[in-house]
Design a protein around this ligand. Sequence first.
Ligand code: FAD
Length: 405
Amino acid sequence: MAGRLVIVGAGQAGFALAAKLRALKDERPITILGAEDVIPYQRPPLSKKYLLGEMDFERLTYRPQSWFEENNVELRLSAYVEEIHRDDKHVRMADGSTLDYENLALATGASPRTLPAALGGDLDGVYTVRDKRDADRLAGEMRPGRRLLIIGGGYIGLEAAAVARHLGLEVTLIEMADRILQRVAAPQTADIMRAIHVGHGVAIREKTGLRRLLGMDGKVTAAELSDDTTLDVDFVIVGIGVSPNDRLAQDSGIEVANGILVDEFARTSDPAIFAMGDCAMLPWKGMQIRLESVQNAVDQAEAAAAVLAGAGVPYEPKPWFWSDQYDVKLQIAGFNLGYDETLQRAGSREGSASVWYFREGHLVAVDAINDAKAYVTGKKLLESGLPVDRARLADPSVDLKQLLS
Ligand SMILES: Cc1cc2nc3c(=O)[nH]c(=O)nc-3n(C[C@H](O)[C@H](O)[C@H](O)COP(=O)(O)OP(=O)(O)OC[C@H]3O[C@@H](n4cnc5c(N)ncnc54)[C@H](O)[C@@H]3O)c2cc1C
């Protein structure tokens, strides 16, 4: 039997790796070392139903505690790994204890970017949303009538805005760039999502940055904005992106470049060590990319499991992502990096639409807004590589199914 696999990080990818190995009947000893004090759980609801109070923690977890015992997967919580000693293959935890490995998997995720203290980022009442503890602290602030400032118009900021409006807060969202969703979606998708939020009463201020947060007795009270206005606030959510947790790898001499560099088998520059999920930078269609999504964390971890179990095939990401805001489901298939053309199509029912992305004439992604048919068709078209007739796609009288034949 193979020697011990140590997994650093008890999140989406870490859990998926252990679960897949057991599903493949691989019986090697597995230890998962997780920095948090709770068993592995899904993060997406933290800015959606969990924050709204409509989902309890048990429903967030992938499996109950008993699964780990029944499957002989040792789970050590509150176990933060500080060092990897590659020469004699062990890791050292923050409490000084060590653990030997034959293979190591780094599934350390990403950390939200924070505001520097010089801008008031260290004041009480300033939050990021990454883990259960963040969401629990934030939920305590979400009371009707309170004034919330959200910094950053990406998915996390927009989802938090939707929750806050649902709960009756006054919400202002500022975005330094020209528009919300600038980094991840086309102007058409941003226009649709902006209109939805404005319709729900969110004050969206684009091209508006934060000068600094002001506080009293260590607690945030106001925000000075780049347009020379000052806004009174009760609390602030910072949603300005994440950075991969790659320091552990870097300190041990593993190759890192804005994420832990891996090959298509999720192997790092050390053949005994794998990396997967948000912390990994992977090759795809001649590019190096990092994908921050459930799909990638699970699929890449499962690909690594197959490699460990001896039957690996190269991992080819099939990106998909979703975001829930109010009663709107945004589903994204593909990856729009480097797109040079977009096309918007009206959906068959009110409020549904889709935005299609092309690069050099080839479909690369689709954003479907309350439009499951567009999402499913887009996914099939991306998988098949079939050429897409753009004139027919733009014509709402053409059934999407016809594009598949
Ligand atoms: C609020 C929120 C909403 C999201 N919504 C969506 C969505 O709608 N759709 C979607 O596809 N994706 C969504 N995502 C992204 C998705 O959750 C992540 O892509 C996914 O969790 C990545 O899995 P991972 O295992 O790489 O990292 P994580 O799930 O973050 O797990 C990493 C774990 O490693 C631990 N760790 C880090 N360093 C160490 C160390 N040195 N020692 C021990 N443990 C360590 C961390 O504490 C963490 O528990 C969302 C994320 C957040 C935060």
